[in-house]
Ligand binder design. Sequence first.
Ligand code: GLU
Length: 454
Amino acid sequence: MMAEDPPIRLRFAPSPTGALHIGGARTALYNWLATRHSGGELVLRIEDTDRERSTEENVEQILDAMRWLELSWDEGPVSQASRSERHGEALKRLLDSGAAYRDSATAKEVEAWKQEHGADRGYRGEPTDEPGAAVRLRVPDEGETVVEDLIRGPVSFPNRSYDDFVIARGDDSVLYNFAVAVDDAEMEITHVVRGDDHLSNTPKQLLVLAALGHAPPRYAHLPLLHGPDGRKLSKRHGAASVQELRDAGYLPAAVRNYLALLGWGADDDATLMSTEELVERFRIEDVGRAAAIFDEKKLRWINGRYMREMSLDEYTAAVASYLGREVDERLRAACEIAQEKAQTLAEVWPLIRFIFEPPVEDEKSWRKVMKEDAGALLGAAREVLAGIDEFDARTVEEALTPLPERFEVKPGRLYQSIRVAITGSTISPGIFESVAVLGRDESLARIDAAIARL
Ligand code: GLU
């Protein structure tokens, strides 16, 4: 895919039989990156020919996941089922030319034929005029069908061992591989980028294309995704769908960055790459052949880096949208003090909740921190905090800093007591910032309440 080549056309072709999973999201991303890198076009084709398992709700979920990932498309969504007339026309052409034929053999009869002709010999049927018989494609006896894969190189399949495979049922409704081949040809797709699990379909699609007289697109089959334990990626490895990644508080840009690295890497092994950089550097030819490992820990780390690098406005907007809250000054102030501490959006609320709600009830934290001297420490803190003029993180710090020495305790003892008094928990953003953002009145009221409870 050099810059001088004519514009390319790719497609992302999910089957709406469930949510968009991580593997599908990576396929979508690679199609998108390859398209954007070359200034080509991306078609979104919904492969909804399995009428029983395809639902409108799943289609919506996939579109929603694509939008959340900020992966745009130039054409579609085109429903594959809505193209059945075109599939029928292509089928008719093959029947008329003799490249395909009707065959009434039952599965049992095909089995018997194979017994007779040897296991490595593909089935060849007997043409019949019987209406309602399935349609098979004639597969040549000689030669090979070669998938020129951009990632794996050429992969050859001997034609002789391929059955004359069924391309349409007796009612002329076409089968999957036929529909895909016709659609790819008629949509003028130049590059098919999809998961490795489809490699075994590719020779059949190539045979259909050849029979129809279409030049094949280029193919790139992406390596499988595994979990850190080396097993095929599944639910047990954590978040499995794009919706789950969103709910877990990951940022779309961080997810794009991480998914891009599952099978592909820049030549300098860069880990953190903006989307512009990915678009600039991504080449489908540079995808590796080995299975890639999805490790949610790495995603968390990358996400944390993105979270810290956002501007406060972006950060506040992301937190607000995740929490379903309005952006306001208080949320902004809360975000400011939590930004360094959270790796995901989900981790922000537990850190800032105390600013919006009464302290959490956490017996364990209370018992751990509120020892005999807590009353004296909190009393002194109350007094100095009541006395400062300007109430901000700096003045709070200046007021509290001398106290530990005065009481001959480690600073942590004082600060943990205040922390538990105002938040209920031993974990919060920086104590001076936390007190300052909560404000003087509320901080003093919570310290008073804690003293009263001791
Ligand atoms: N619809 C297939 C899937 O969701 C993809 C087919 C293709 O890309 O050719 O796995």
